[in-house]
Design a protein around this ligand. Structure first.
Ligand code: GDP
Length: 215
């Protein structure tokens, strides 16, 4: 499967605003400035589709991007599910956000990654995987760790994408990967770790292979 087309389909600031369960979803989370929009654009093959920082309405909402949206055939009751949604979970680590807003956002994201990953009698679980982005230069920060605790509540498979790998030497890249594994070992966690660079398009195919595999 490959990305033929991608579209921003909407931002859900609350649980009630989420689209009804349909196509599989893969969620992306990371603190602001980690390179999430850039990586999403690289995955979607678009330059400016995802641009969350500083975009009103997008920073405190779950943003849905449809991959290979079905053509609008019109007609009554016509189902127009894409093949997949990439879901951007922003709003983490913005200094301007109040304590209360931050807590509300964490609750929403926590609920999304758990409840949305549970199948219901009438449909399979929409959320199939969670990708956590960590800056390859900085290792796991306190904020990454907090976010990871929320993400790991999800029963969906979890992958760590190290961003901005082009800024590191080959040696430092390998150290960054080893650093993540070392960090996770005491928790008994063995997560896949992929080195990525939105700038050089590194790791994009590898990330897609993993996504298609777990879907
Ligand atoms: P977001 O806040 O997580 O969505 O981060 P952005 O995608 O907006 O990126 C934050 C900053 O990091 C921007 O200045 C980007 O140009 C830069 N950046 C993002 N990805 C890469 C990358 O792969 N390599 C390099 N060198 N810089 C990157």
């Amino acid at each position: 499967m490959r990305v033929r087309d991608a579209q921003f389909v909407g931002a859900a600031p609350t649980w009630a605003a989420l689209p009804p369960p349909g196509a599989p979803e893969v969620a992306f989370a990371g603190r602001s400035n980690v390179g999430k929009s850039s990586l999403l654009n690289a995955l979607l093959g678009r330059k400016q589709l995802a641009r969350t920082s500083g975009t009103p309405g997008k920073t405190q909402a779950l943003n849905f991007y449809a991959v290979n949206p079905a053509p609008d055939r019109g007609g009554a009751g016509g189902v127009k599910e894409p093949e997949l949604y990439l879901v951007d979970l922003p709003g983490y680590g913005y200094a301007k956000v109040s304590q209360g807003q931050r807590a509300a956002w964490q609750r929403l994201v926590g609920r999304y990654v758990t409840e949305r990953a549970e199948p219901a009698p009438d449909h399979p679980a929409p959320l199939r995987a969670v990708v956590q982005l960590i800056d390859s230069r900085h290792g796991v920060t306190k904020m990454d760790e907090e976010l990871m605790a929320v993400m790991l509540e999800s029963p969906a498979p979890h992958l760590v994408a190290l961003t901005k790998a082009d800024k590191l030497s080959a040696n430092a890249r390998q150290k960054a990967v080893a650093g993540i594994h070392k960090h996770l070992r005491p928790y008994g966690l063995e997560l896949p770790v992929v080195l990525t660079s939105a700038e050089k398009k590194t790791g994009i195919d590898e990330l897609w292979s993993w996504i298609w595999r777990v879907m």
